[in-house]
Design a protein around this ligand. Structure first.
Ligand SMILES: NC(=O)C1=CN([C@@H]2O[C@H](COP(=O)(O)OP(=O)(O)OC[C@H]3O[C@@H](n4cnc5c(N)ncnc54)[C@H](OP(=O)(O)O)[C@@H]3O)[C@@H](O)[C@H]2O)C=CC1
Ligand SMILES: O=C(O)CCC(=O)C(=O)O
Length: 486
């Protein structure tokens, strides 16, 4: 029997109004913790809906960009206050749509509030430099202008933080936005947009169109009213979008996968390293682009580290993220669960040694896409387990003799998003900082977790080499003008 907890239908948000899509079709957003629970319905939009959103954004951006930065900032501050009031409701939607624990969902929503406040302040900060001209009668300086209408495509794994860290800077620097959220978390996004609407942001400045990624996403990147695209998600989709963006000559920004290593040196605080490996690799069921997946341990401490790790992994409680006491929720969808199970099967068939987990969790009362936290050892750098992003709670242990070997192995990946080392030796720390090819290098801290005021992005195949968040966002969401006055 299907339990329908909320049958509410969520609408597209276009030109300041909540409207039904032209197709009249909807899709169900389901709870991965309980296959029978429908969280709500979202619109399956058409090209016509997208066109209406992009046209409205273009019109609204003209007045929005003319507002003083502090006025735009005031709207973001109002939205932050509303989001803060609705934390419980929005975090509930998030947990029910994609499975992360309620505590994590609340933490992420609070991060959304902080992001809005941070970018609200940007409305009052300097935008350019005065540069001495060779003409002593002239004044030369730089200023920044918005790009116009920014298309935002977001994934399901951080359904508040990622939309927020893309939309808030876009808005404060004077752009209008059309967002196409991941279908899995379309309802969480609608609730976030409601906060922006209730904050009184002028009609058309923000628009949300839900529906198929291939249809709406393709429409977005090809649409003449879209001046820039910012995307977080898989490498395949990211690269397709980039090709179209290049051919249209619009600005683009991609944040994609990771295969993030943790190095545990023989002088490390092992308890700290174990805690961070578990937290970085298994929280949110490993569904973070910054999640730890390769654990490279020096041989002198390998057995001790492994024993401590397995003891803690065995104590992890898997269950519905809304239940108190759950440490790890389900995979976000059946697709995601199948990807994880197939990576585990490949690991076994390629000769890695399964130390823990590896199976679906089939317990009385659980009716979702649950998989055990999983640990492999004897993983070589050529195995799929060491090469492909799994986006699941799977750790691959690799034993090495020296720190040099550890660094070489850590760098042996097409990705370069985040990396950690656990060591007490300054020389190890310095080698790691200098030689690790990753956009985030973390010492004695887990690989996952980013701070909103600092640049975020990867090297190699992990990103388009740009950075998001902090002051770095300004580089993407604005264009520099050099002004010469005489
Ligand atoms: N870097 C990261 O944080 C993330 C990485 N991933 C990686 O990607 C894998 C697959 O996850 P998945 O959710 O399918 O990722 P996708 O890249 O398919 O989805 C991300 C976003 O892109 C949209 N999209 C899908 N197809 C297209 C398209 N052709 N053109 C434009 N937009 C599109 C999606 O919409 P819709 O939801 O409607 O399909 C969603 O909004 C994961 O297993 C993981 O490895 C996934 C999410 C986040
Ligand atoms: O680690 C985080 O907090 C953010 C990671 C992220 O951006 C992602 O997984 O997409």
């Amino acid at each position: 029997m299907t339990t329908i907890t909320k049958t509410k239908t969520y609408l597209n948000y276009i030109n300041g109004e909540w409207i039904v899509s032209e197709s009249g079709e909807t899709a169900e957003s389901k709870n991965p913790a309980n296959k029978d629970e429908v969280v709500g319905l979202y619109q399956l939009s058409s090209s016509k809906d997208f066109n209406q959103a992009a046209t409205s954004a273009r019109k609204a951006q003209k007045a929005w960009r003319k507002l003083a930065g502090n006025v735009r900032g005031d709207y973001l501050l109002k939205a932050a206050a509303i989001l803060e009031e609705r934390i419980e409701d929005i975090a509930t939607a998030m947990t029910k749509e994609m499975g992360k624990t309620f505590a994590e969902a609340k933490g992420e929503t609070a991060r959304g509030v902080a992001i809005l406040r941070y970018y609200a302040g940007e409305g009052m900060r300097p935008v350019g430099d005065v540069i001495p001209s060779t003409d002593s009668d002239a004044l030369m300086f730089t200023t920044r202008v918005p790009l116009g209408v920014v298309g935002v495509i977001t994934p399901w794994n951080f359904p508040v933080a990622i939309p927020m860290w893309k939309m808030a800077p876009a808005l404060i620097y004077g752009n209008a936005v059309v967002i196409k959220p991941a279908s899995e978390t379309a309802i969480t996004c609608a609730k976030v947009i409601e906060c922006l609407h209730d904050a009184g942001i002028p009609a058309g400045v923000i628009n949300m169109v839900t529906g198929s990624g291939s249809l709406i996403g393709t429409e977005m990147v090809n649409h003449p009213e879209i001046d820039a695209i910012t995307f977080t998600g898989s490498n395949t989709v990211g690269k397709q979008l980039a090709q179209t963006a290049i051919s249209r000559g619009i600005k683009y920004q991609l944040e994609m996968g990771g295969k993030n290593p943790v190095i545990v040196a023989n002088d490390a605080d092992l308890d700290l390293a174990v805690e961070a490996t578990i937290s970085g690799g298994l929280k949110s069921s490993g569904q973070k682009c910054t999640a730890t997946s390769r654990v490279i341990v020096q041989q002198e401490v390998y057995d001790q580290f492994k024993e401590k790790l397995l003891e803690k992994v065995a104590a992890i409680t898997v269950g519905d993220g809304m239940e108190e006491g759950t440490w790890m929720g389900p995979s976000a969808s059946e697709n995601q669960l199948n990807t994880v199970l197939s990576a585990i099967a490949k690991g076994k068939s390629e000769g890695a040694n399964l130390l823990f987990g590896g199976e679906k969790v089939e317990k009385e009362g659980l009716n979702g896409y649950y998989v055990e936290p999983t640990v492999f050892e004897n993983v070589s750098s050529t195995m799929t387990l060491a090469r492909e992003e799994i986006f699941g709670p799977v750790l691959a242990l690799m034993k090495v003799k020296t720190i040099e070997e550890a660094l070489e192995l850590a760098n042996d990946s097409e990705y370069g998003l985040s990396a950690s080392i656990f060591t007490t030796k300054i020389s190890n720390m310095l080698s790691f900082i200098n030689e690790m090819d990753a956009g985030l290098v973390r010492i004695n801290a887990e690989s996952a977790g980013v701070e909103l005021q600092a640049p975020f992005g990867g090297m190699k195949q992990s990103s388009s080499h740009s950075r998001e968040q902090g002051q770095a966002a300004k580089e993407f969401y604005t264009a520099i003008k050099t002004v010469f006055v005489k």
